[in-house]
Every structure is written in C-alpha cells, then in structure tokens.
Design a protein around this ligand. Structure first.
Ligand SMILES: Nc1ncnc2c1ncn2[C@@H]1O[C@H](COP(=O)(O)OP(=O)(O)OP(=O)(O)O)[C@@H](O)[C@H]1O
Length: 310
C-alpha cells in the first residue's frame, strides 16, 4: 500500500534553476527507499517539498492519505525529518531538546518513550549535556532522536552518514532496520552506493532533477556487479583479433589498452580463459587492473542511454 504518492512534481527556484523536472514516485508502506544522486541532483529539494519546507512549483504529494498542501499539519505529523545540517539549539540539553520537539507536534508528553529513543541512540548517558558540548556524531544522533520524538510513520534521512564514523553508521543502520520492523517507512538520500546496498529495498536514481530510474535493489545490484578488467598491452593492437570475439572487449583508441567488462557475480567471469587465450595469441601485457563499476558509471551509462533514446 502506498504511503507516499508524488505526482507531476516540479520545482523551479526563483533563480530560474529547475531543480525538479516532473517527478512521479510511489513509496510503499514499510519499505526502505534510497534516493541516490550526485551533488545538486535535487534530492534535498524533493525531500524538502514532501516535508513542507519548500513549495513545489507544480504537482501533488500525498503523505499517508494527507495532501501536504491542503492538509499540511496532518501530513507533517506523520513525517520525521533528519536534515543534513544541524538545526537545534546549542544551549539546550539533549533531553529538553527531544522532549520539546515532541511537544512542537502537539503530542502529549511521554517521558518513557523519549527515554527509549535516547537509549536506542546511545544518548541516554548524555541526556543532561548541552548540545554544544557534544561531538559531531552525537549531535547527529540528537537530530535523529528529535525526528523520532513525535512517532512519525515516515522518516526521511538526508545523507545520514555523510561524514560520520563507522560506529555511528552501523548504529544508524541498526536503528533504521529496527524502525522498519515497527512498520516505519524510511526514505534516505545518499551519495554512497554501499549505503543503498546495505539498507534499501528499492533505489531511485535522481540526476539533474529527473528520477531516471526506480528499481528493486537486487536488480540494481546485478547491474552494479559489473567489473572492468584493463590490460596494458606490450604492443598496441590495430584491431581486435577474431579469436577474441567470445569476450566483451574494447580496444582503447591508441590500441594500447584492452578492456573487458564482466559480471563479477558470475560463476565463470571469463577472465582466466581470456588470459589463457591472450597467451596463446602471444598478446603480451605489462600490467592489469580490475575495477568495480561505480554508481558514477551507472549514471554515465544511464545518461548515455537517455541521450540515445532522445
Ligand atoms: N533555495 C535555492 N535557490 C536556488 N537554487 C537552489 C536552492 N536550493 C537548491 N538549489 C539548487 O537546486 C539544485 C538541486 O539542489 P539539491 O540541494 O536539491 O540537490 P541535492 O541532490 O540534495 O544535492 P546535495 O547532495 O549536494 O545535497 C542545485 O543546483 C542547487 O544549487
């Protein structure tokens, strides 16, 4: 069942910059959705619109049955947002901040719940500390606690692990899973494919304001499972020998490098056989390396495909 329905959403900032170009997206209840995209792709803009911080130019968003414009308070009540930047009063204590945040949404006090949230985030020992005395990672935890204080059904995490240490990242992932078990829908933005890989049920790729792909993670990971082997040849080749037609090969323009794309998840990658065949053909190489295709490569190939389709 959809918990968020986005239709025909566009955003043009007063500067004239078109940050979103017609986004349509449905998020199912209880799923973890990762929104991937490079800097400036429009991730924060999209989240900000859903959370009512930025107005859309056109289009509609319905969150848990409530139109975010016509029925803003009810919609916002369902949503927790952990923004990229720290937005909290430095002079307040952790406990007061989180308690106050709950009150802002008109929820009655619930000290036991606030205690549980702080404990889950390893913040309970720091409850009387002023925010300004906390480390960056701890401040980040406070932001999460604040976002959870009014028991939202939908949680947005805007680049939750940018610049955080490994420990906090692990805690964060554990917490996200726990929330999901309770039926909370989670939408996170990230630059990191590993994060999407670890967490997400579904992945959306946003590029220059366009949602160019929405896919089950497992399907995307298959695409990401591609690797490239590069061989630096002793003698440049002018053409690819017919005897190598069984492999998906590319020759660099100067003929000095041979590239082979293969599925890193496959039982038989074809790499050993290729090396043996090259040896038999007496095509020598000085050096070799393999690299995993990155999200960047996926972007590039998607954009390329887009261009061809146009
Ligand atoms: N208030 C604003 N006024 C004008 N342009 C803006 C405003 N906010 C964002 N933009 C522009 O809109 C585009 C999308 O920005 P947005 O912050 O949504 O991207 P993002 O994908 O979240 O990037 P990042 O990963 O850096 O946070 C960018 O080109 C940005 O410069």
């Amino acid at each position: 069942m959809p918990v968020i329905e986005i239709q025909g959403l566009t955003k043009t900032y007063p500067s004239g910059l078109q940050a979103l170009k017609r986004v349509d997206l449905t998020i199912d209840r209880g799923e973890i959705f990762a929104l991937l995209g490079p800097n400036g792709a429009g991730k924060t803009t999209l989240i900000s619109i859903i959370c009512g911080i930025v107005n859309a130019s056109t289009g509609t968003v319905v969150a848990d049955g409530h139109d975010i414009r016509k029925d803003f308070r009810a919609a916002r009540m369902k949503i927790g947002l952990v923004p990229q930047e720290l937005t909290t009063d430095a002079f307040e204590t952790v406990l007061a901040t989180v308690t106050f945040s709950r009150g802002l949404f008109g929820r009655p006090g619930n000290p036991a719940l606030v205690e549980q949230i702080l404990k889950d985030l390893s913040l309970w020992d720091k409850r009387d500390a002023k925010i300004m005395t906390l480390s960056g990672g701890m401040k980040r935890r406070v932001m999460i606690a604040k976002a959870l204080s009014h028991e939202p059904d939908i949680l947005f995490l805007d680049e939750p692990t940018a610049g955080v240490d490994v420990e906090l990242r692990r805690d964060m992932w554990a917490m996200v899973r726990k929330l999901r078990e309770r039926g909370v829908t989670i939408i996170l933005t990230t630059h990191y494919i590993e994060e999407a890989e670890e967490m997400a049920d579904r992945v959306g790729v946003i590029l220059k304001g366009e949602l160019i792909l929405v896919e089950e993670k497992t399907a995307l990971m298959k695409k990401l499972g591609k690797k490239t082997l590069t061989l630096n040849l002793v003698e440049p080749l002018t053409t690819l020998p017919a005897d190598l037609a069984d492999w998906d090969l590319r020759l660099s323009p100067d003929g000095g490098e041979l590239e082979y794309s293969f599925d890193a998840n496959a039982e038989d990658t074809g790499v050993p056989a290729l090396i043996r065949r090259l040896d038999r053909l007496e095509i020598g190489f000085k050096d070799l390396n393999t690299r995993q295709s990155s999200l960047e490569d996926i972007f590039v190939s998607l954009v390329h495909r887009d261009g061809e389709a146009a």
